[in-house]
Design a protein around this ligand. Structure first.
Ligand code: F3S
Length: 656
């Protein structure tokens, strides 16, 4: 049997021989990394702490793209720090205004066959260009930048065989919403989705980006399309055809699962509150009044997406009760839309053009009103994701968003355009983009870089390092959480909270603030504690602050029914032991404040079975650490920073 594309690329990057059976721990040589401003300060503080003079991989890019609202001194200070650290360590900088990390990375750095690790859960976006792109935590990115091979649990590979073509008014968003409807937000755990077939060939690279981007919402390790003619076309348009080569799965490639999806059967869909897999046809959604529409984000703000939204809006005006904003994904796309007249159509229709940044997607501006309804083309609709926990967020395509903005309630492009909707099928990506990399700062030569002084504003505090592992633990439960707690629940997004991410003593005061307002105070008073949670703990954004803040507040273990992949890695990196119930019924017996006791933790961990006594209720239950062999070593070492320093020493690598 032949080999699928995922295995080909992973095999090509193996640092140690492996049979690559699903579930095996494999070690990979990373080619590229990305970070972005609201997660990266901790990453670069970690890289500084590691003590290497320069990155040890092909390319690293630091994007200043998420929080461009300088509401006080903190974020501009962070940007200055990140720019100076990048210069010091040989990292590219994408300046504020150049665009959103995933879109710019795909356009200017993505290459077939490469392996990218990024400090953002939507890093898989670059899988659209036939490469493996994986979202990880910030400490993992710091590790990857050293050039040390990275561990990964070998995923199962799912063939998604696409047939047919999207009809006019239906977007690649419908493909991924349909996948979410079928697979759910947990369905992709431990899997890579590999999209192939004639339907895949009908999708342009930016459409593929919408799909690979939101594979993250299924919990997938990543998603990928082949490097085929459409990738050649895209790279040619980017003036980078020399980076192209054919990279396809073998004709008789073997897969662990197969899904079939006929693109022509899809109709406009919407993900309803408060999870991205709560998907319904647009016509079945209650026609509520909508107060906000946001067309933007790394998911759905490509040239063709914005042009189609413009055509839906041409000759119409945004409903008087709707605030409609546009966050174009990059400066390159912005300039092209401006030249081709689409921006004017949108402005004529009453759309408000925002910064070229993430902005509203992560609650940086455009918070919905009280009990408001916000319709967005972005990728997450968790409660509070838009900055207001009592608002409802609906996720749709740009075509549906534009139609909804006009009607003031849910509508499809076809309802607005009638027969004319057909013209949307003719909108394509430009044959050539005008290339202007003047907002990308190239790395300095090593001698010049060595002279750079890193600049740290007063808000940039220390990188907290976990305590070494305790022998015995007798600690209370500081939080009993339900299912699907997201990293947004643990560390909320917004301009205000994002600007605190360089200052853990400050930010930790707001840990879980929207989920359980007393948590921070309680955990601090308890000194050391354990969190109990349900299914899919830590889903969503890769932000490692959702691990750092609880660690700083003394949380030693999270015991859950299941834990999302990236968050599990972040917990381990920051010295919190992720554990799963052997028997999920034990979850119901434990209450907030119960005293839990674990004896001889370092002795029990390697047996992969840990007995915890609930001294308050007088019963004992079993859990297993949710770690691979290598992760176990990290846990026993007391976190990734300690482990990595030891590893580099053993490799004979000089660090400061
Ligand atoms: Fe930014 Fe939202 Fe994408 S925060 S990176 S636009 S998921």
């Amino acid at each position: 049997m032949g080999e699928n594309l995922t295995r080909k690329i992973l095999r090509d990057h193996l640092a140690k021989p492996s049979e690559m059976k699903p579930g095996d721990e494999i070690y990979l040589k990373v080619d590229q990394t990305i970070t972005h401003d609201i997660n990266a300060v901790m990453t670069y503080l970690a890289f500084e702490a590691i003590g290497l003079p320069r990155i040890g991989i092909e390319s690293a890019v630091s994007y200043l793209d998420h929080n461009l609202l300088y509401i006080d001194f903190k974020t501009p200070d962070d940007h200055i720090y990140l720019q100076s650290a990048a210069k010091k360590f040989g990292v590219h900088v994408s300046r504020p205004g150049n665009g959103i990390c995933h879109t710019v990375q795909l356009a200017r750095f993505a290459k077939p066959g490469k392996l990218l690790m990024g400090g953002d859960s939507h890093t898989p976006s670059c899988g659209a260009a036939g490469m493996i792109a994986i979202g990880v935590g910030g400490m993992d990115v710091a590790t990857a930048m050293t050039g040390v091979p990275m561990r990964l649990t070998m995923p199962r590979v799912v063939k998604v065989y696409l047939t047919g073509r999207l009809v006019a008014g239906v977007n690649a968003k419908e493909v991924i919403l349909e996948m979410l409807r079928r697979e759910t937000i947990k369905g992709g755990l431990g899997k890579v989705y590999e999209y192939v077939g004639p339907g895949a060939l009908s999708l342009a690279v930016p459409e593929r980006q919408t799909i690979t981007n939101m594979g993250a919402e299924m919990g997938a390790t990543t998603s990928i399309f082949p490097a085929d003619e459409r990738v050649r076309e895209f790279l040619r348009a980017q003036g980078r055809e020399e980076d192209y080569f054919d990279l396809l799965p073998d004709e008789d490639a073997e897969y662990d699962e197969v899904i079939e999806l006929d693109l022509s059967s899809l109709r406009p869909l919407v993900a309803c509150p408060h999870q991205p897999d709560n998907v319904k046809p647009v016509e079945e959604v209650e026609k509520k009044a909508v107060q906000q529409v946001f067309i933007g984000s790394c998911t759905n703000a490509s040239y063709a997406d914005c042009a189609k939204a413009a055509l839906v809006m041409r000759g119409h005006h945004v409903h008087e009760d709707v605030s409609c904003t546009l966050g174009i994904a990059s400066r390159q796309i912005y300039k092209q839309l401006l030249r081709d007249g689409y921006l004017e159509m949108l402005v004529d229709a009453g759309v408000r053009v925002l910064e070229l940044a993430c902005g509203p997607c992560c609650a940086i501006g455009q918070t919905p009103p009280t009990n408001g309804v916000a319709v967005r083309t972005s990728n997450r609709n968790f409660r509070g994701r838009a900055g207001n926990p009592n608002a409802d967020i609906y996720l749709v395509s740009p075509e549906t968003a534009a139609a909804t903005a006009i009607r003031g309630t849910f509508a499809t492009a076809e309802e607005i355009m009638g027969e004319e909707v057909k013209i949307l099928a003719d909108v394509t990506e430009p044959e050539f983009y005008r290339i202007d990399d003047s907002m990308l700062i190239k790395p300095l030569p090593a001698e010049e870089a060595a002279k750079i002084e890193i600049k740290k504003g007063p808000n940039i505090r220390f990188l907290p390092v976990p305590e070494e592992l305790s022998k015995d633990l007798r600690v209370p439960v500081s939080l009993k959480g339900g299912d699907n707690i997201s990293t947004d629940d643990i560390t909320p997004a917004s301009a205000e909270f994002s600007s605190m991410r360089s200052n853990i003593p400050l930010m930790s005061q707001y840990c879980y603030t929207r989920y359980d307002a007393d948590f921070s105070k309680r955990a601090k008073e308890m000194g050391r504690s354990i969190i109990i949670a349900g299914e899919n703990y830590g889903q969503g954004s890769s932000r490692e602050h959702a691990a750092i803040n609880p660690m700083y507040l003394g949380v030693k273990c999270v015991v859950a029914k299941s834990i999302a992949r990236i968050h599990k890695g972040n917990l381990i990196n920051h010295g919190i032991i992720p554990m799963l119930f052997e028997n999920n019924e034990d979850y119901d017996r434990i209450e907030l404040g119960d005293e839990l006791e674990i004896r001889d933790l370092p002795g029990q961990i390697p047996t992969r079975k840990i007995t915890i006594s609930d001294n308050t209720k007088g019963f004992a239950f079993e859990v297993r650490p949710e770690c691979t062999d290598n992760e176990l070593e990290v846990v026993l070492a007391g976190g990734q920073l300690r482990f990595l320093k030891k590893q580099l020493k053993e490799m004979g690598v000089e660090t400061a």
